[in-house]
Structure formats: C-alpha cells, structure tokens
Ligand binder design. Structure first.
Ligand SMILES: [Ca+2]
Length: 288
C-alpha cells in the first residue's frame, strides 16, 4: 500500500454513494449514526476502547459529526492506511479493521466532505461472503478521530483477543483495546524454526476444528509501516479444541498435532513439537 496525493479541488458536490481509489485506500460511503444513546452506551461497554494514557484526546461518540436518525445518509470521504483482517469476535471468521486519515491538514479548511482526522472503520464478517460496517456500534476507540497511518495488530495482553496499536500524525499513538467479552474460544500459535528461519516466516498453519478448516501464514511486515504479532491466532467459536494443527514449514517439513486445547498460547519448535504452552490470561484492568 503506498501513499499518494488526493485531489483537493474542485469542490464538487459529493455523489450519493460511490467508490474511488487514489493512492492509499480511499472510499466514499454513506454515513449513518447510532439510533439512540442506549446503543452508544452498550457498545462502549463491550467494544473497542482507546487508552487515554497514550492518547491525547478523549474517545467518544460525541466527537463525531452529529446527525440524527432522521438525517438522510450522506457520503463521507475516508483515506484508509493501516488495515488488517482480524477475527475480533473470535467466531472464526476474519473481520476487517481500517484506520484512516487525510494526507493534508488543510483539508479541514477546504469545502470538501472530508477531514484530516477520521474515525476507524470496522467490518464484521457476515459469513456469506460479505462484510457489514459495525463501526458505529464498536466502542469509543473506533469512533476516535485521528489522522492515522500505520496499525499493528496482535494479542498484546495474552488474553486471546486481538488488539491494535495505531500511530497518528503529529499525535500520540492509540492503543485499541478489544474488550469484547464472549464465549468464543481461540488458539494462539507461535512457531520457532530450526531448519527453517527462526521466526518461521512463510510457515503455513492449517487448523481443523469440527468441520472447520482455517489457514494462516506467518508473515513479516503487515499494513502500512507496521509489524504485526508473528503469532497466529485462530478463533474457534464454540469449539474447545482443535482436532488437528498442521504446519508446513518453509524448510519443506510438515508436522501435524492432534487435539490441541483452545484458550492457550502454544509454542511449537520445528522438529521438537509443542515445547511450551500457557493458558490465556484474564483481561487486564487498565486505567481509563
Ligand atoms: Ca469474526
């Protein structure tokens, strides 16, 4: 993904809904708001929050441009930078989180339907080949408006949840803490190569669980200027174990492990099997 200039003129009325690209991810999409304060409160309890200790602005739905349920949907322009497929709710289906921001601060003074600081976008996998935008119900961390660039994803607290660290232009970074509770299970797999490279970059892991088969690979890098957690996290939904974990190492070796319990972090060394495991920790009680 590369950054490129975005046109700042002319000031033509935005279309009702369209999609365009201009260098970085750039989309126009209809904007809607929560229907009631109740929706907002419930979402903030179980959604994503930002940590104030490393951000300089407070999070909250009220920082977004207000509309009411009777306000017609309109298009806003967002510039996407860091993006990642992540299973934020652990149901085994990959969702998408995108952090946004315009290239130029001057856009705030231009008659354009965009802004230098923009909220994030969270898409949930509908399990039918489509994604739904749940950004406005995903907590104050998603609604926080920054001019964001890179985003790195990983299980920062070893709790089985995916969190994100976002860097922002001329601002403190944001830690997005995924607080979504739920009964779903997960498995975190760390690979250590011996004949392969030590970080196991390029290894492919296939997890089988009650009819599901999920595949992921260990990758260097991530989204824009960011490095994700090298460990692979598999959301297992209601399944409490993986029937099999098959690893195709870059060296060409293939290994398979059976009946691996969920809700733990396992370290697998090439040729030596599972050499360490640790149950997920309870969610941390971070200061607000
Ligand atoms: Ca999911």
């Amino acid at each position: 993904m590369t950054a490129g200039p975005m046109s700042m003129s002319p000031a033509t009325p935005p279309p009702r809904c369209c999609s365009t690209t201009a260098g970085m991810g750039h989309s126009r999409r209809p904007e809607s708001r929560p229907a009631s304060p109740t929706t907002r409160t419930d979402a903030s309890k179980r959604g994503w929050e930002s940590r104030r200790e490393i951000t300089t602005t407070t999070a909250g739905w009220t920082s977004s441009r207000p509309t009411s349920p009777t306000t017609p949907a309109r298009c806003i322009t967002t510039g996407g930078w860091g993006a990642h497929f992540l299973d934020f709710n652990g149901d085994g289906w990959a969702d998408i989180l995108i952090v946004n921001g315009h290239v130029y601060p001057e856009v705030d003074r231009a008659p354009l339907d965009s802004a230098y600081r923009q909220r994030k976008i969270l898409y949930v996998n509908r399990r039918d080949g489509t994604f739904g935008d749940v950004s406005l119900r995903a907590g104050p961390g998603i609604a926080l408006e920054k001019s964001s660039r890179g985003a790195a994803f990983g299980d920062l607290f070893n709790t089985g949840q995916v969190n994100a660290v976002v860097n922002n232009m001329n601002d403190a970074p944001t830690l997005l803490h995924n607080r979504r509770p739920g009964p779903n299970h997960a498995l975190l797999i760390e690979l250590e190569g011996t004949r392969s490279n030590r970080s196991a970059i390029g290894a492919r892991v296939s997890v089988q669980a009650q009819g599901w088969r999920m595949i992921d690979e260990v990758r260097s890098g991530g989204s824009f200027c960011s490095q994700n957690d090298l460990r692979l996290r598999f959301g297992l939904g209601p399944r409490q174990e993986a029937e099999s974990v098959e690893i195709a190492w870059p060296s060409g070796r293939t290994e398979i492990f059976h009946r691996v319990a969920a809700d733990q972090w396992v370290r697998i060394r090439e040729g030596a099997g599972i050499v360490a495991s640790r149950k997920f920790l309870p969610p941390p009680q971070l200061p607000r």
